[in-house]
Design a protein around this ligand. Structure first.
Ligand SMILES: [Zn+2]
Length: 124
């Protein structure tokens, strides 16, 4: 994959979604085109990969992600962090844009959540 350019960060109403278990697939909505187009993305551990693999091949950098408010640079660069950053690329047929969804599945006392760090509109 060549370098990914980030066009913009999409505003989300909710970032955290309760899910049944670690391997659940879950869907969430976001809007583009000044809120006119509603997208539903379906994400799961199985369909995703680690953001670190994109960084290794030079497709994206931690500073690109920090500049687009995915998380603090300090967190992004912390290799001892308990939580990982996973990604899925979602192509919307409605607007023909590509979105990089950065998320993780977290667990707290047997309750699982899908945590969306960011949805970034990208150009591949
Ligand atoms: Zn769109």
């Amino acid at each position: 994959m060549s370098k990914i350019s980030i066009i913009k960060k999409i505003q989300l109403g909710t970032h955290s979604f309760p899910i049944e278990n670690h391997d659940s697939e879950f869907s969430f909505n976001f809007y583009c085109g000044n809120g006119e187009i509603k997208h539903e993305a379906s994400i799961s551990l199985e369909k995703s990969n680690l953001v670190s693999s994109l960084i290794e091949i030079g497709a994206i950098s931690n500073s690109d992600l920090a500049q687009n408010d995915v998380d603090k640079l300090q967190n992004l660069e912390d290799t001892n962090r308990a939580f990982t950053y996973r990604y899925q690329i979602y192509n919307s047929k409605e607007c023909n844009n590509d979105y990089l969804i950065i998320f993780d599945i977290t667990e707290y006392r047997d309750y699982y959540s899908g945590l969306i760090y960011a949805v970034l509109q990208i150009e591949k």
